[in-house]
Unconditional design. Structure first.
Length: 420
């Protein structure tokens, strides 16, 4: 049987290529005529060049008028002829009116030279006075013009100072010509927008984390307390429940410390008068029971002194310092001294205690998170290692300072200085 001829399907032609653009695309941010932009350099060049031109014109005009006056006085004839007699008209020299001929000509020439010398001296003195007056005017005018040109920088500086006070909602919004200062202000505004969004996101994260982390820990604590309250629970189960409850309490303290540390990194905006001695007294009262149980004596004289700040955060400063001073103390005859006193333009809180010897090179490390002095990070009943970190953050948020000095024989002296 003869084979049928095979017909192949014609190949599909490739799609046509898109036409090439006949125009040259340019970036949007490139100006077509950058040399026509009113930059600060061009404006200052025109301003001071114009001022120099105006000052030169005024100075030349004054000198021309003074020179014309000097030439008029210096070229005037020192005599006049009346009825065939000579009469002297010069106030500078006296001409001999009885002589004539060469003697009179020589006397006239000498008198003219004296008049020119006096006129030139007067021209020099007046020119110096005019230059001095014009210099004063030029400096005053230049000072005013410089202040006008640099006014946007002052506005940028004031906005930056307000932003430094944690007011991230401020913006410069500088108007005027499109020069370097406006570009700087716009860049600063964009940076503030990004910082504001970042801080707002951080605040939302802290609020959400506060809720999400506290809730399961509170549920665990409740379940453990209910189980420990069961009288039929075995001794092993009760011991396990106590261990888990202590671990849960430690986790709660860690979460509270982290959240407080995150909040205290910002400046305190809403400040009110707070009695630092009352804050310190409340911290001492809260730690009195634990101090008695450890055999640590609490003492100190607390003078009344008011500072501007947040009462809750200031109480946290005193409580953390007293708590550390009580827990990191000696086994016998230990003491903690808490004093408050006014200083020049500031209030001072001092917490000193007995305790182990602290090397000077270890003092700064105590303020770092999760750092303790020769103790483990976990399994300690003295805290979670955030106490002094929180204290330093809160003190900085109140524009204050904290220093720690080792005591002879052991212990530390913590000194907190807060502005009034």
């Amino acid at each position: 049987m003869p084979s049928l001829p095979s017909f192949s399907k014609p190949a599909t032609p490739p799609p046509p290529m898109p036409p090439k653009p006949t125009w040259d695309p340019r970036p949007v941010n490139i100006r077509p005529f950058p040399w026509l932009r009113p930059t600060i350099r061009i404006r200052l060049t025109l301003l001071y060049g114009g001022m120099f031109l105006m000052a030169g014109i005024v100075l030349l005009t004054i000198i021309y008028m003074l020179a014309a006056d000097a030439l008029h006085d210096g070229s005037a004839l020192p005599l006049k002829i009346l009825g065939g007699k000579f009469e002297s008209t010069s106030d500078i020299c006296d001409l001999p009116t009885q002589t004539s001929g060469p003697l009179l000509q020589e006397a006239v020439n000498q008198c003219l030279q004296q008049q020119r010398a006096v006129a030139l001296n007067s021209l020099l003195n007046r020119s110096l006075l005019a230059l001095l007056g014009l210099t004063v005017v030029a400096f005053a005018f230049g000072y005013a013009m410089a202040g006008r040109v640099l006014a946007p920088l002052g506005r940028i500086t004031r906005t930056a100072q307000r932003v430094a006070g944690s007011d991230l909602h401020r913006r410069i919004e500088l108007g005027g010509p499109d020069d370097e200062l406006k570009e700087l202000a716009d860049t600063f505004d964009e940076m503030l927008d990004r910082l504001d969004r970042a801080f707002e996101s951080q605040r939302r994260f802290v609020a959400n984390a506060s809720h999400e982390l506290r809730t399961p820990l509170a549920i665990n604590r409740t379940l453990l307390e209910v189980q420990l309250a069961d009288p039929e629970a075995s001794a092993e189960l009760a011991q396990l429940g106590k261990t888990l409850l202590a671990t849960n309490e430690r986790s709660e303290q860690l979460v509270e410390g982290l959240l407080l540390l995150a909040r205290s990194e910002n400046k305190v905006v809403d400040k009110r008068p707070v009695d630092l001695s009352e804050v310190a007294a409340q911290a001492v009262d809260q730690m009195r029971g634990e101090a008695q149980a450890k055999g640590v004596a609490l003492r100190g004289v607390r003078q009344q002194v008011f500072v501007q700040g947040n009462g809750v955060l200031l109480e946290r400063i005193a409580l953390n310092l007293v708590q550390n001073a009580v827990r990191y103390n000696v086994a016998e005859d230990g003491w903690v001294e808490v004093t408050t006193e006014p200083g020049p333009g500031c209030a001072v809180l001092v917490v000193a205690n007995t305790g182990p010897v602290v090397p000077a090179y270890e003092v700064e490390n105590l303020f770092e998170p999760f750092r303790r002095l020769r103790t483990e990070r976990t399994g300690s009943d003295k805290g979670v290692g955030l106490g002094l970190s929180i204290v330093r953050s809160v003190v900085r948020a109140h524009d204050g300072s904290i220093t720690a000095e080792p005591r002879e024989g052991g212990g530390l002296t913590m000194r907190v200085v807060l502005p009034l």
